[in-house]
Design a protein around this ligand. Structure first.
Ligand code: SDX
Length: 428
């Protein structure tokens, strides 16, 4: 064990315990800091602050390593399915074939949403952003299904988990169909999870959808890539809301809301908007790179940089290879792919980005693959939410099952007015 940390404050020396994670990550346990010193720490964005111990996902940002329950992501991408990876993350180990079959059946049987909820879709504007609708209807699940929170049984939590994983796809595809004025396509029990998603998106009562096995496998891989990513903004939002013992659907809704931001899951849509802008401008990517480096300009290159990865995001590497393969099959190659490849090449040799260790992240290539599948840009972050659903639930389960868990309530350093008397309005 490493030595205790020694802190000398106002001439007084105090020791704080340290701990080392199973992959060598080191931390100072400051639980006793305020009580013993009167001081708190201040760390905007929690850049240096751990909120919990966790056994779900390990990321080594310097080495570009990502493992779910210890299994490297590339091995899961090559060998697993989305629902199998979901069980790995939710339960801590790979399921037996019987367990996977049972879970798959439960997800299939949970895929319908109440008809009253489907009718709710008729009252949103057709051009409502699908993330807005997804958040609203996910929260509304609490109106139709039993309350699930920290005090629920394992069986109730498992059932709610399957229901969330199943209905997020149904809500997403129903929302898309509503936005284009088409009748919804109900889930088909004979199809796999990804086949069902594509069928609900693109088939219709009057035209069947030919499922390309390469596209189905590419979607499975994309969903696997997004399953979890330790204490990112949306997972931390799920934990914080869940820590008040609000119900699981409300906690997941908080994750959806956080993911929507263009600095987080909304980046995949922002990347496509950026690549489209570059294409329409007819200018070279270097023009946009210079804009992103200009501190007087708020423009940033979407799809680059990461709070944790200071190396190539392993997910981006896998997605790029699948993307290239899938697009090569397409008739007219997507000009945005060429722009993306050229932009990446320029960035990776630019001193500004090298110095700041800014590499392509998961969002840089995923949009090109979604586009190749025919998925509209404003649905890209919804696809991210579908993939991340098992991870959010796993993070929530880990938090509520920890007897030492407390309600999340950060401190602050107050810098406002000192005591000030009330001034009657006649004197203002
Ligand atoms: C996801 O946390 C996760 O795990 C998230 C995620 C997950 O799976 O859950 O991985 C998914 O959200 C991926 C990130 C998607 N977002 C984007 O692609 C948006 C563009 N990226 C940036 O906004 C930024 O890189 C963040 C938000 C991702 C990270 O921001 P940080 O860690 O707060 O870093 P920072 O803003 O302090 O940047 C450090 C420096 C700054 O320059 P200096 O002040 O040092 O001169 O790098 C610069 C920044 O200006 N910088 C960029 C940049 N990203 C950082 N400059 C230009 N373009 C960029 N994209």
């Amino acid at each position: 064990m490493p030595d205790d940390a020694t802190l000398i404050l106002e001439g007084v020396e105090r020791k704080f315990p340290t701990l080392v994670g199973s992959e060598g990550e080191k931390a100072i346990d400051i639980a006793a800091l305020r009580g013993s010193t009167g001081y708190i720490t201040l760390d905007p964005g929690f850049v240096n602050t751990g909120s919990c111990e966790s056994k779900i996902t390990f990321i080594d940002g310097e080495k570009g390593i990502l493992r779910y329950r210890g299994i490297p992501l590339d091995q899961l991408a090559d060998n697993s399915s989305f629902l199998e990876t979901a069980m790995l993350v939710l339960n801590g180990s790979l399921p037996s074939s019987g367990e996977l079959d049972a879970f798959t059946s439960r997800v299939t049987e949970s895929a319908l949403i109440p008809e009253e909820m489907r009718a709710m879709l008729d009252h949103f504007p057709r051009n409502a952003h699908p993330m807005c609708v997804l958040g609203a209807l996910t929260n509304a699940l609490a109106a139709f299904y039993p309350h699930v929170s920290a005090t629920s049984s394992a069986e109730e939590i498992d059932l709610a988990a399957a229901r969330l994983i199943a209905t997020v796809s149904t809500i997403a595809t129903f929302t898309y169909k509503r936005s284009i004025g088409e009748a919804v396509v109900y889930p088909d029990a004979s199809l796999s999870y990804s086949e069902n998603f594509l069928n609900m998106m693109f088939s219709s009562p009057v035209s069947s959808y030919e499922r390309d096995p390469d596209i189905v496998r590419a979607l499975e891989m994309l969903l696997i890539m997004h399953v979890d990513h330790e204490q990112n903004c949306s997972a931390s939002s799920v934990r914080l809301v869940g820590s008040s013992h609000a119900n699981l659907y409300a906690a997941i809704t908080a994750g959806i809301a956080a993911l929507w931001g263009p600095l987080h899951g909304g980046a995949n849509q922002a990347v496509m908007d950026m690549l489209g802008d570059i294409h329409r401008s007819g200018k070279s990517p270097s023009t946009f790179i210079e804009m992103a480096k200009d501190k007087s300009n708020s423009f940033r290159l979407s799809g680059f940089g990461h709070r944790v990865y200071k190396n190539y995001d392993p997910r981006a590497r896998i997605i790029k290879s699948v993307c290239t393969k899938v697009l090569q099959k397409q008739a007219g190659k997507d000009p945005l792919l060429d722009i993306a490849v050229n932009l990446e090449a320029e960035v990776l040799k630019d001193e500004y980005f090298i110095k700041r260790k800014l590499y392509p992240n998961v969002d840089f290539y995923s949009g090109l693959l979604y586009k190749a599948m025919g998925i509209p840009t404003d649905m890209f972050t919804v696809l991210f939410a579908i993939g991340r659903m098992p991870g959010w639930i796993a993070q929530w389960k880990e938090m509520v099952s920890n007897p030492a868990n407390k309600i999340g309530r950060p401190r602050q350093v107050y810098t406002g007015n000192n005591e000030t008397a009330y001034t009657p309005i006649k004197k203002r």
